[in-house]
Design a binder for this molecule. Sequence first.
Ligand SMILES: NC(=O)c1ccc[n+]([C@@H]2O[C@H](COP(=O)([O-])OP(=O)(O)OC[C@H]3O[C@@H](n4cnc5c(N)ncnc54)[C@H](O)[C@@H]3O)[C@@H](O)[C@H]2O)c1
Length: 424
Amino acid sequence: MSKPVTFAICGCGDRGLDSYAPYQELHPQEMKITAGADIRPERLALLQKRYGVPPEMCFASDEELLAQPRLADVMLVSTLDRRHVANALAALDKGYHILLEKPISPDLDECRALQKKARETGRAVVVCHVLRYTRFYAALKDLLDRGAVGKVETIDAVEHVAYWHQAHSFVRGNWRRWEETSPMILQKSCHDMDILRWLAGEPCLRVQSFGSLDYFTADNAPAGAAPRCLDGCACKDGCPYDAEKIYITDPRTGIRGGGKDWPCGVVASEPDEEKLREALRTGPYGRCVFHCDNDVVDHQTVNLEFANHIHATFTMTAFTQSCHRTIKVTGALGEVEGDMADGLLRLRPFGQPEQAIDTREGAGTRSGHGGGDFGLMEHFCRLIARGGTEALTGLDASVESHVMALAAEASRLDGGRTIALADF
Ligand SMILES: NC(=O)c1ccc[n+]([C@@H]2O[C@H](COP(=O)([O-])OP(=O)(O)OC[C@H]3O[C@@H](n4cnc5c(N)ncnc54)[C@H](O)[C@@H]3O)[C@@H](O)[C@H]2O)c1
């Protein structure tokens, strides 16, 4: 049996430590974490406790980790958006392969600098576009490639962000301000752009986009709304965005429903009700959604035209009950419709009975993003173990999705102007 691929985790937050690292617990023969870095000591303590990483291999910043000689085969770069490329370039210079959280960067010059360095060093650089590694999208891609709907004509995809997820990440949380991280269409939806490009099978030529931050603004604050939900807010009872509901009492998202991981685990490490209440009284996640310093959109639509005349629409909206994705593809000989929430693809060849394809069957141990997080880890560990560099989500394809997302953002900011990607 070959040795496990070793990992240094740069940024031991939700993605690094809670989403990808657990793959080691299930597959210790494939993955071993040997080092890590984070500016929060409690995250390094968890890295030691859960994965037995020795204290001398835990570093107080990305810079400290990157000042060491190479400590693993792979560096998992899971810091926040604006540090990704600097971390990855330095790690490539040290000889690491890179597993890089999306987005690569909101700056296309940085994306291209990474492409150049990846070519020069000959190392694997794989962006965590985890949706391609789900059974749901893999089965859909296979249907389209086998001609199940004939020539594809249109694709309509919707990202249902969920009202509480929007409030958590994009109003109160890390991704609320585009200048500190990325525009939401890139941060949240570069992997949707990647999926559309992958399903379409040819490059995107033109995009057009509309969208805005319409609801989570001070103008929409109801009379009597307090700056913090726990500070005697008069509107608390009727407000679905109330932080106490989202993090404590809601059975789907709150700690009383047993939810110790994301999103509660982001508000407080190893959370319990008392720790959460304290964090809501003093920290960013207890703020009224109408009194935050957010500026990213709460809904956005994009029209896309591909070289093979496929036309696609994509909608990202905060205003949904749950967090999932839906898609409908129409072709000359049939249509297929699917919802990641139930994992079902409904194929309707014209004039024939509907076939339901259950992509959850035999799925075994699941992980986040419909199994995509562990699907990516499996693919990536095997790629590195056999000395490969070209993953299902190659860096060049990932950069294409970023160009599409950034062009959509440029269009939105320019009143919905159509943008030809060749000129962008
Ligand atoms: N692939 C996906 O589907 C997906 C989903 C969500 C988020 N993301 C992306 O993953 C990245 C991480 O997101 P997250 O949710 O884990 O955020 P997070 O805040 O939980 O994790 C980031 C970690 O980096 C640490 N950090 C900050 N500065 C550092 C420094 N200088 N040196 C070392 N560590 C530092 C923070 O303390 C934190 O623990 C982001 O870029 C985000 O956009 C990807």
